[in-house]
Write a protein that binds this ligand. Sequence first.
Ligand SMILES: Nc1ncnc2c1ncn2[C@@H]1O[C@H](COP(=O)(O)OP(=O)(O)OP(=O)(O)O)[C@@H](O)[C@H]1O
Ligand SMILES: [Mg+2]
Length: 237
Amino acid sequence: MVVELKCYPLEEFPVCYPKENCDFRKELRKAGVECVYSIGKREFKKFRFLGIGFRGVVFLAKWNNIKVAIKVPRTDYLYDMRKEALIQKMAYPIAPKVFEYSRSFIIMEYVPYPDISERISEPLPALKEVLRKVLDAAFTLDMKGIDHGELVRPWKHVLVGERAVILDYGSASLERKPSNLTSIVSGLLMKPSPPASEIARKMGINKAELVEALKLYKKNPSEDTYRIVLMKAHLLC
Ligand SMILES: Nc1ncnc2c1ncn2[C@@H]1O[C@H](COP(=O)(O)OP(=O)(O)OP(=O)(O)O)[C@@H](O)[C@H]1O
Ligand SMILES: [Mg+2]
């Protein structure tokens, strides 16, 4: 039996988190948001969110008859979302596709994949596939000239399914030199504490050699130096 998920009217769901009311509730309705689903890992007043961060909150909603993820600023930290949305748009397909955005919301593709922390305990061949997708995504972002800015802590910002998706462009920049690949390799494989240390052990990685490869890549980010990183990470078939 398939149970239909209840979709709450915009007036009922706490889209103005953590306050009761906000101006953008009306804007969301005007943009075609029909209702909001209570689903996700974070809870507030008996409603569930996909995410509650220090700048924004994300929830699943129905828009133009499809399920979408919507990010809005927290009402105790109102910020203009347009820069984040523009960079996220450039980052597609590494980022979720942006359908519509304004100063106060990003309506985007809902990505139903598990986050990377749920996939690192998989057996070696599957783990390698996961890591390869993630490194390829980070390399693609580097080549696009986008620096994500928070990938040394990849756990909440990388979802992996058919493709690896990197979320949250709130700290991203087009001015900084991109360091997505070096950050993500450091976060996933180089840190001395678990889970990175555990992954590196499982993969049988020689950290000194990987560091040398990363230095080469950092000096001259290219397909060729990326291949050396992949080789030293034991991810080249
Ligand atoms: N498009 C999406 N599809 C599925 N889940 C998403 C999507 N966007 C965000 N999420 C979920 O919501 C969480 C929070 O997203 P995000 O990091 O963009 O916002 P935030 O943490 O609330 O805000 P910020 O970090 O900017 O303060 C993510 O870790 C992820 O689990
Ligand atoms: Mg975040």
